[in-house]
Design a protein around this ligand. Structure first.
Ligand code: FAD
Ligand code: DLZ
Ligand code: SF4
Length: 521
């Protein structure tokens, strides 16, 4: 019989003071374990800002817990005895502390959860794996909802979450404003004189600066730049970032959600995903604040509803979808896309101005906003037929908010249709016309968006038809997209050949990237 304390490992994306494993614990009976481990930092070659953000936020969180009187055993990456993995570090901690029990909140990622589920057999103490109740919808609730449904329509799930939370709901059970969804008001193209207030930037303090130096030293060959590191790394800073959003940007969040402007990386987006995913901000509290902004007349319903839908709708749905379809989701390739990811995704060196701008923002900020991820980068990968595994790796590496539970469904199912259509009712394929409508990219691009084929034509134009043509068997019967084939047929053989040859010439000109960018293989 051990007389030890309770060991509470806290993972890098569990930085929440009310975490289930901390609730109800007493300070004199608990040892908190936090670990910077080589395996997590290198299973893909994460953007340097992503590693710096996670390590800095972890170190700040540990310091806050210590200040509050908790015993924290913090293992740094360069500790010479560091075992390099969560399991190895927990084994060392079990030896050091001889705990009577170990309490851990389930992991966000399937890969890590598999390792944790082996702990009860590996360690002598009792291991308690607790649900992550920072999410509104548990795994079993999502499974129950998904059961017997042919199609997992997000809108239906979202309405269930609206009823469950009461957000934007009237006493009579009807949605506030009369509609569940105000997307029709939220597709405004950018205006010339848009001037969103700046997103707060957080100057690296001593802890962050130390971590930045560590990342430069150990992960110097990883993608991305640390020069503009300005992420919130504590819950106070994250609150400040949220305050700025609710004060200056939520009002126009809705209408300009899908707009893109060259060189303007944030527009009216909240820029809160890194803080939400780390656990520094409570997603439900943010939604309650948004609902209050509507009640107080500070923001219109279309902006507030749009923001709430992204969080209690999309974010929760994506997580449920991930756990429902793992591990198969990782290897799905319904459209049999086999082309390698082009090298320019890592260098940004392309004449396509839209892609170059999105990749620049990604490299400099470890961020690109939703419509850039979906309709520029994602749309390109879809219609160019890039292999899903390479696209998944890229998205997981490059964004500071990327964890597999949220990245993988967005990439595999939302942008690539690699799951065969369980999430999206149709592939999000678009020609240059869409990008031209929603951005100012095309005006100064060296390609011409109005030119459909041949020299100088926007590559999205022929690629779109090449995609439609090569997947005709699968897509023609899809009621949301099938009608497009009558347009294609009306073009006639000569025009069709021009499209297909232009697309093929472009695809043949692409240089594939080496695997070493994403993985240590
Ligand atoms: P806002 O535009 O202000 O939206 C508010 C919040 O809604 C976000 O902070 C986020 O928490 C949530 N949200 C919005 N859309 C989604 C979505 N599709 N899935 C889950 N949550 C959503 N988000 C991540 O957090 N991590 C990822 O790795 C990630 N990968 C993506 C990959 C692709 C291909 C696509 C299309 C989207 C991805 N997203 C991901 C969703 C979305 O792009 C980001 O959450 C958003 O850009 C973050 O910026 P923001 O905080 O300013 O978001
Ligand atoms: C992403 C990441 C990185 C780069 N490093 C660490 C780490 O060293 N220690 C840690 O606790 N967490 C890290 N993380 C976040 C984890 O990958 C994340 O907690 C799991 O993926 C959740 O399943
Ligand atoms: Fe992108 Fe085509 Fe527009 Fe150039 S013309 S910015 S490649 S959509």
């Amino acid at each position: 019989m051990t007389t030890g304390k309770i060991l509470v490992p806290i993972l890098g994306d569990q930085l929440t003071r009310t975490l289930a494993s901390l609730r109800g614990r007493t300070k004199n009976d608990t040892v908190i374990l936090m670990m910077e481990v080589w395996d997590e930092a290198t299973y893909v070659k994460h953007h340097k800002q992503k590693i710096a953000l996670i390590f800095s936020a972890m170190r700040h969180f540990a310091a806050e817990l210590e200040d509050a009187g908790w015993e924290v055993d913090y293992v740094k990456l360069d500790d010479p005895d560091n075992a390099g993995s969560f399991t190895g570090e927990v084994a060392r901690a079990v030896e050091r502390h001889d705990p009577r029990e170990l309490h851990i909140v389930e992991a966000g990622e399937w890969r890590v959860q598999q390792a944790i589920e082996e702990w009860p057999d590996k360690f002598a103490c009792e291991v308690n794996i607790l649900p992550d109740d920072r999410f509104l919808c548990s795994h079993s609730e999502f499974r129950d909802w998904a059961e017997d449904r042919d199609h997992l329509t997000m809108e239906h799930f979202y309405r269930k979450m609206r009823r469950k939370t009461g957000l934007l709901m009237k006493d009579n059970g009807k949605p506030e404003g009369g509609d569940w969804n105000y997307d029709q008001d939220n597709r405004k193209p950018p205006k010339e004189d848009m001037d969103p207030p700046p997103v707060p930037e957080f100057e690296p303090d001593e802890t962050t600066s130390e971590v930045i130096a560590l990342v430069e030293e150990k992960f110097g060959d990883h993608f991305g730049s640390l020069d503009k590191f300005a992420w919130p790394v504590t819950s106070d800073e994250a609150q400040e970032a949220a305050d700025a959003f609710f004060k200056g940007r939520i009002e126009k969040f809705g209408p300009y959600q899908d707009a893109m402007v060259h060189g303007q990386d944030d527009l009216y987006h909240s820029m809160l995903s890194t803080s939400i995913n780390l656990g520094l901000l409570d997603p439900l509290e943010l939604c309650e604040r948004a609902a209050k902004a509507y009640e107080d007349g500070d923001a219109p319903i279309n902006s507030v509803e749009g923001f709430i839908r992204q969080i209690i709708g999309w974010r929760e749905y994506i997580r449920g979808f991930y756990w429902l379809h793992m591990p198969d989701l990782q290897s799905r390739n319904a459209l049999n896309a086999q082309r390698g990811l082009p090298e320019f995704f890592w260098t940004g060196e392309t004449d396509m101005r839209c892609l170059a701008d999105c990749i620049r923002s990604t490299r400099d900020n470890a961020h690109a906003h939703h419509i850039q991820r979906l309709m520029v980068l994602g749309n390109f990968c879809l219609i160019a037929g890039i292999n899903p595994r390479e696209v998944q790796d890229w998205y997981l590496v490059v964004y500071a908010d990327a964890y597999e539970w949220v990245e993988l469904p967005n990439v595999s199912a939302m942008i690539l249709y690699a799951d065969g259509g369980k999430l999206a009712t149709k592939p999000y394929a678009a020609s240059g016309n869409y990008i031209n409508k929603m951005s100012d990219y095309c005006k100064e691009c060296s390609y011409s968006v109005s030119k459909k084929t041949g020299e100088g034509a926007c590559p999205f134009n022929p690629l779109y038809w090449h995609f439609m043509d090569r997947h005709r068997d699968r897509l023609e019967s899809n009621h949301r997209i099938g009608r497009i084939y009558s347009t294609w047929d009306r073009m006639g053989g000569e025009k069709q050949s021009e499209y297909l040859e232009s697309a093929q010439d472009f695809l043949d000109s692409l240089t594939p990237a080496g695997k070493e960018w994403a993985r240590n293989e």
